[in-house]
Design a protein around this ligand. Structure first.
Ligand SMILES: Cc1cc2nc3c(=O)[nH]c(=O)nc-3n(C[C@H](O)[C@H](O)[C@H](O)COP(=O)(O)O)c2cc1C
Length: 213
């Protein structure tokens, strides 16, 4: 049953750290959730994200090795962990992506020339750090979108960055210079009791915005 109540999906999301161990999320549903996730925006539409899904006892055991111990309740009860990576080399497909956008008739030749002329050099001449920051920023948006998509599918999540960053890419046989861990997301059906639930608070809204007159 999909939850189409936008307000409930967004406002009642909170980090869940105790899931129903018996829930298995079908891989087809993961595919569907990722389809819904990758509509997220990204810098120049570079889509510099990549998701590794650990949904078997073996793959979850590998993930546990790089996680800090305080994440144990989630790791031992979730249906899966989605490890989100930013791809530093996303810009290498810039030309291909925009050519395809043109060939499929979504932009004019003038627009294609403009995006190739204006933005591609920024990446090609950019530093590693600039490309990394750009990809991390975009992947973070995908991470947020995935957590809301999960709620739409009736699941809950816990974003996790309490881990040994240096070990993550190699765990999945990925190049650590290219694949930068952004966060892991534990997903499953909540099994939290009222008592276990942490009702987090926020700073007063007046403290976090200003009209820049
Ligand atoms: C980037 C990031 C890293 C986080 N890392 C952890 C973590 O390692 N372990 C954990 O239990 N929660 C982690 N959290 C969850 C936060 O503690 C939680 O989002 C915050 O307290 C607000 O609570 P809420 O998600 O219930 O609204 C992380 C959240 C974010 C966004």
């Amino acid at each position: 049953m999909l939850n189409n109540d936008f307000n409930d999906v967004v406002q009642n999301r909170h980090s869940v750290r105790n899931f129903d161990k018996n829930v298995k999320i079908p891989r087809e549903e993961f595919k569907q959730m990722f389809e819904e996730t990758i509509t997220a925006p990204s810098g120049c539409n570079l889509q510099g994200w990549y998701f590794e899904v650990a949904d078997t006892p073996e793959s979850l055991a590998k993930v546990k090795k790089y996680m800090m111990k305080f994440n144990d309740p989630q790791l031992n009860t979730c249906s899966a962990i989605v490890q989100m990576f930013a791809r530093v080399d996303a810009y290498k497909k810039y030309r291909e992506m925009w050519n395809k956008t043109y060939e499929e008739g979504h932009i004019t030749k003038e627009k294609l020339d403009e995006v190739l002329r204006t933005f591609l050099p920024l990446y090609e001449n950019g530093t590693y750090d600039m490309c990394a920051t750009d990809a991390i920023r975009s992947c973070s948006l995908a991470a947020m979108q995935f957590m809301l998509v999960a709620r739409h599918h009736g699941y809950d999540t816990n974003p996790i960055a309490g881990y040994d960053e240096s070990k993550i890419a190699r765990t999945f046989n990925l190049d650590p210079k290219i694949y930068l861990p952004v966060m892991a997301i534990a997903i499953g059906k909540s099994n939290e009791s009222e008592k276990e639930q942490i009702k987090t608070i926020r700073y007063p809204v007046e403290d976090v915005y200003h009209f820049a007159d």
